[in-house]
Design a protein around this ligand. Structure first.
Ligand code: GLU
Length: 263
């Protein structure tokens, strides 16, 4: 198998249970799969959501707060917890993680973007696994805004994939992929395994879908897919409950939905 640079994005609903507690089985399996790919010579970047949900659980709040400051406080607490778990799980498989928290201006401002890129390169070249999230406790505008730039980290993961010139972006979610109709309403809905081109018809299929506990649905995934394929990156959506799906994608199996890069 050709060595690749891969970005794997995992959403809140995959990383946490109903009450926001971290899904340790899934996280441990994820660390094992990504460590195996890393040990086989691939370079791996993990984009992880879940900070707010984990923080809400750890702070023993009864529900996700509407108040922005409280969300940011929860993110600050939850991010510590998450990175602690990643450090421990990846450590069990002999790997080292490095945390990178991003706000939109870190990408938009040229000098910040260059520094960021250099940091990613230094981590990857030295065999580390970057773990990325939006800097929720600082990035005030993002949590509040209806039109989030990063969405449930879907767009963030596509931007990171482009910044790092990754070959592949894999988004693990609480849905198998893109269906030809809403699978929650139509039991005959069929999974689309391959999208050679993102047409208006494809965009239409994403409308009206949402994820259970994260903030992104299919719309943000399609936006991320469009960005990725236009930047020469293959993108996949697959179910996150079984992180071994990542192996199958890497081996070319038709798992989830593959958005084919344009060049
Ligand atoms: N960056 C947010 C977090 O880590 C994403 C929240 C979400 O939409 O799932 O909590």
């Amino acid at each position: 198998m050709e060595k690749q640079r891969i970005v794997v994005k995992v959403g809140t609903s995959t990383l946490t249970g109903e009450n926001g507690a971290p899904s340790l089985r899934t996280i441990d399996k994820l660390a094992q799969v990504l460590s195996a790919l890393h040990n086989e010579g691939n370079q791996v970047i993990l984009v992880s959501s879940g900070a707010i949900a984990v923080g809400v659980n750890k702070m023993r709040l009864s529900f996700k707060p509407a108040d922005v400051c409280m969300k940011q406080a929860a993110a600050a607490v939850g991010q510590c917890e998450l990175i602690h778990i990643y450090d421990k799980c990846f450590g069990e498989y002999g790997n080292i993680v490095g945390q990178i928290l991003l706000a939109p201006e870190d990408i938009a401002v040229k000098v910040k973007r260059r520094n960021l890129r250099n940091t990613f390169e230094a981590l990857l070249e030295n065999g580390m696994i970057p773990v990325v999230n939006e800097n929720d406790s600082v990035s005030h505008a993002e949590i509040e805004s209806d039109k989030k730039v990063f969405g449930d980290n879907d767009m963030l993961s596509a931007i990171v994939a482009n910044l790092c010139e990754a070959n592949r972006l894999i988004i693990l979610s609480d849905i198998e992929g893109l269906y030809d109709s809403n699978p929650h309403e139509n039991k005959d809905a069929r999974l689309i395994h391959r999208v050679p081109e993102i047409t208006d018809e494809i965009r239409q299929l994403g409308a009206g879908t949402s994820s259970n506990r994260g903030t992104g649905g299919m719309v943000t995934k399609l936006e991320a897919a469009e960005y990725a394929v236009n930047h020469g990156i293959d993108m996949h959506i697959a179910h996150g409950s079984d992180p071994s799906n990542i192996y199958r994608i890497m081996e070319g199996e038709a798992v989830g939905t593959h958005f084919v890069r344009r060049y």
